[in-house]
Design a protein around this ligand. Structure first.
Ligand SMILES: *[C@@H]1O[C@H](CO)[C@@H](O)[C@H](O)[C@H]1NC(C)=O
Ligand SMILES: *[C@@H]1O[C@H](CO)[C@@H](O)[C@H](O)[C@H]1NC(C)=O
Ligand SMILES: *[C@@H]1O[C@H](CO)[C@@H](O)[C@H](O)[C@H]1NC(C)=O
Ligand SMILES: *[C@@H]1O[C@H](CO)[C@@H](O)[C@H](O)[C@H]1NC(C)=O
Ligand SMILES: *[C@@H]1O[C@H](CO)[C@@H](O)[C@H](O)[C@H]1NC(C)=O
Ligand SMILES: *[C@@H]1O[C@H](CO)[C@@H](O)[C@H](O)[C@H]1NC(C)=O
Ligand SMILES: *[C@@H]1O[C@H](CO)[C@@H](O)[C@H](O)[C@H]1NC(C)=O
Ligand SMILES: *[C@@H]1O[C@H](CO)[C@@H](O)[C@H](O)[C@H]1NC(C)=O
Ligand SMILES: *[C@@H]1O[C@H](CO)[C@@H](O)[C@H](O)[C@H]1NC(C)=O
Ligand SMILES: *[C@@H]1O[C@H](CO)[C@@H](O)[C@H](O)[C@H]1NC(C)=O
Ligand SMILES: *[C@@H]1O[C@H](CO)[C@@H](O)[C@H](O)[C@H]1NC(C)=O
Ligand SMILES: *[C@@H]1O[C@H](CO)[C@@H](O)[C@H](O)[C@H]1NC(C)=O
Length: 532
């Protein structure tokens, strides 16, 4: 058996040289490549023709950190560190081509350098922080340092609108502060088997790796753009000569064109002795995964059907192969692309193993050129857009623009100054007491018809109290200790649910609506207005 083990390392790319980003030629349109933490004027084209720009126009939060490492690629020499206390920090990513329903690859890269800006909380020497895509948790990054590893995380997502929020968060309030070195967005065709699959199941895919197996010792440590026109990042897993086949022959890619696999990847294969076992660990436990295997028959000694025939077992169970065991030559002939894919559950300890076992009468061992593994994740809808619009208006009016991403989701990473209903159909409370905000209360507050509590006391709010007559569930309204002017609106008395109204210490004028005083008298309303 040829044994190949992948663990959490499956996700990472070892930084071998300063040439990490050096494959490539000219930039493809639709690529968005962001160098996080770099100087604001910084727009440059690297040696590969990929055009990078600073994140300064996209992100005003966090601190830019310049690493002390020398000899690292330009894009890794800076990072943005989010050491504040917000529940998340989001990049609003888009490009001119991006539309709702389009698919794309999102890639986040972290390089902590030899002298990171802070030490991880956990004594094992790894930073841990959370990555979020729109309303969903993407992955909790675990970034080791002091070994020059560059960590890359990929996901395949379908846009819900003309942009996507890619966010970074502490896992818990006292957890490690997140940081990010580079962010990339790459369009994906909707004809890929993986994107078709996503569409059918309404999921997004967390990429756990694109592995190029059976690479000679002298081969490259990875393959990406322009060899891969989609700029997937294929990590090389090298094999001894006794376990690999290589060819310089052209591979017929049209026999399996849907996945647009780079030819280079199919020109080397791992060969078994006679089987191949691939073990994956440190995955999400009991989770649905999707594997894609790529083959090509590049050994010229295999020149007829039945010479190299093998079965695939996933966690010991024979995969349901509708066309029988894999016989690449019989299916597509020599030097031609062939693939096979299957859904598979990880086991209770987060493991999956794949075994490629030749049939007893197969002359040649099993063989594999590449594999990809994805975890399937259900897509959560964003907070409904009328709510988003009203929240945006409040942010603008009250100078709260540093709060980014979805206000409610994912659960636990909403804005700290509002509460949302558990089914996320509305905002239930606004809690901006003593928030050092100013500006005036926007009319759009009246669109948040599910609020029961609005507390904006102890700020520097100016202007008049707007029409809030649609807030029929409102129980508490605290606008005390501000600089509000104008009169006390009479509709307040007709808010049926209102139990407490605090307007004291403002610059309000005019008469107090009698109905309010009557409700106060009848003890159905707590109403403070001293120094109004
Ligand atoms: C964040 O990190 C920067 C750079 O290390 C530091 O100057 C700043 O004080 C930190 N801010 C917080 C809130 O810890
Ligand atoms: C995000 O970016 C898109 C496209 O540039 C823009 O239309 C949208 O208003 C932005 N969203 C927020 C919340 O800033
Ligand atoms: C293919 O690999 C096997 C070892 O697994 C080796 O014996 C054979 O010569 C190789 N064939 C070619 C064409 O490289
Ligand atoms: C590649 O495969 C396709 C589909 O099987 C076939 O039609 C075509 O002739 C092949 N091309 C070459 C150069 O062999
Ligand atoms: C396959 O190769 C062997 C050895 O080179 C040769 O004897 C045989 O005729 C070939 N078979 C076919 C179908 O080409
Ligand atoms: C090899 O064995 C399988 C069953 O194990 C059989 O279906 C197949 O025909 C055999 N192939 C040859 C070339 O004898
Ligand atoms: C294979 O198919 C059977 C019946 O359709 C199903 O019960 C089983 O779970 C499938 N196995 C795999 C690995 O998909
Ligand atoms: C899960 O799979 C891994 C990898 O194959 C294996 O080491 C582990 O023992 C399995 N755990 C269980 C509970 O079966
Ligand atoms: C808002 O949610 C927090 C956390 O669940 C809770 O402690 C607080 O009481 C809620 N506030 C209101 C006004 O519902
Ligand atoms: C959402 O929850 C609220 C109460 O929290 C309920 O009134 C409303 O009907 C629910 N909406 C849906 C669509 O389930
Ligand atoms: C709000 O306060 C900030 C800082 O305290 C100040 O820079 C800004 O001008 C104020 N805005 C208004 C509208 O008063
Ligand atoms: C309230 O104050 C604003 C300035 O903050 C002013 O423009 C407006 O005329 C005032 N309204 C009343 C009724 O005094």
């Amino acid at each position: 058996m040829t044994l190949v083990s992948f663990s959490a390392l499956f996700l990472s790319v070892i930084l071998q040289t300063a040439l990490l980003w050096s494959i490539g030629s000219s930039q493809t349109t639709g690529f968005t490549s962001i160098d996080c933490g770099s100087a604001s004027a910084s727009v440059y084209t690297d040696e590969d023709g990929i055009q990078w720009s600073s994140d300064s126009k996209l992100m005003s939060e966090g601190t830019s950190v310049v690493l002390s490492d020398t000899n690292v690629p330009h894009v890794l020499s800076t990072m943005r560190l989010f050491n504040g206390s917000q529940s998340k920090y989001c990049y609003n990513l888009s490009n001119s081509d991006l539309k709702a329903e389009d698919f794309f690859l999102v890639r986040a890269t972290m390089f902590p350098g030899i002298d990171p800006p802070y030490s991880p909380r956990n004594p094992d020497g790894s930073f841990r922080f959370r990555m979020i895509l729109d309303a969903d948790q993407w992955w909790d990054a675990k970034v080791r340092y002091e070994d020059s590893t560059t960590w890359t995380y990929d996901a395949y997502v379908r846009a819900k609108r003309s942009n996507i929020d890619v966010c970074f968060a502490r896992i818990s309030p006292d957890g490690d502060a997140p940081f990010i070195s580079a962010l990339e967005l790459r369009p994906l065709p909707k004809t890929l088997t993986s994107t078709t699959f996503m569409n059918a199941l309404d999921v997004f895919l967390v990429c756990l790796g694109h592995a190029n197996v059976g690479v000679p010792q002298s081969g490259p440590s990875y393959v990406r753009f322009p060899d891969d026109t989609l700029d997937r990042y294929w990590t090389s897993y090298k094999a001894p000569d006794s376990n690999l086949n290589s060819t310089q022959e052209t591979i017929n890619l049209s026999t399996d064109s849907l996945d647009q696999i780079p030819e280079k990847i199919l020109q080397d294969s791992l060969t078994g002795s006679p089987g191949i076992t691939i073990t994956l660990t440190a995955l999400q436990a009991d989770a649905l995964h999707y594997a894609q295997f790529y083959f090509s028959e590049i050994d010229s000694s295999v020149n007829s059907s039945g010479m190299r025939v093998f079965n695939i077992f996933a966690n010991g169970e024979l995969a349901n192969m509708t066309d029988g065991p894999i016989d690449v030559f019989a299916s597509v002939g020599a030097n031609a692309a062939y693939s096979y894919r299957l859904p598979v559950m990880s086991n209770a300890t987060g493991g999956i193993d794949f075994t490629f076992t030749p049939l007893a009468n197969s002359t040649f061992p099993a063989s594999l050129a590449a594999l990809e593994l994805f975890e399937l994740r259900q897509i959560t809808s964003l907070t409904p857009s009328p709510i988003l619009t009203a929240v945006e208006a409040i942010k603008t009016a009250l100078g709260l623009g540093s709060y980014t991403g979805d206000p409610c989701l994912p659960v636990g990473h909403g804005y700290d100054w509002l509460n949302c209903s558990s089914n996320n159909t509305g905002i239930t409370a606004i809690s901006l007491s003593n928030y050092e905000t100013n500006g005036s209360i926007p009319a759009e507050l009246n669109d948040l018809t599910t609020v029961t509590e609005v507390r904006m006391n102890g700020n520097n709010l100016k202007g008049e109290i707007p029409d809030l007559s649609a807030l029929e569930l409102l129980e508490t309204l605290d606008l005390s200790n501000n600089n509000l002017n104008g009169s006390i609106p009479s509709y307040l008395a007709s808010l049926k649910s209102l139990k407490a109204l605090y307007l004291q210490n403002n610059n309000l004028s005019g008469t107090i609506p009698t109905a309010l005083l009557q409700r106060r008298q009848a003890s159905s309303l707590t109403f403070e207005f001293s120094g109004m």
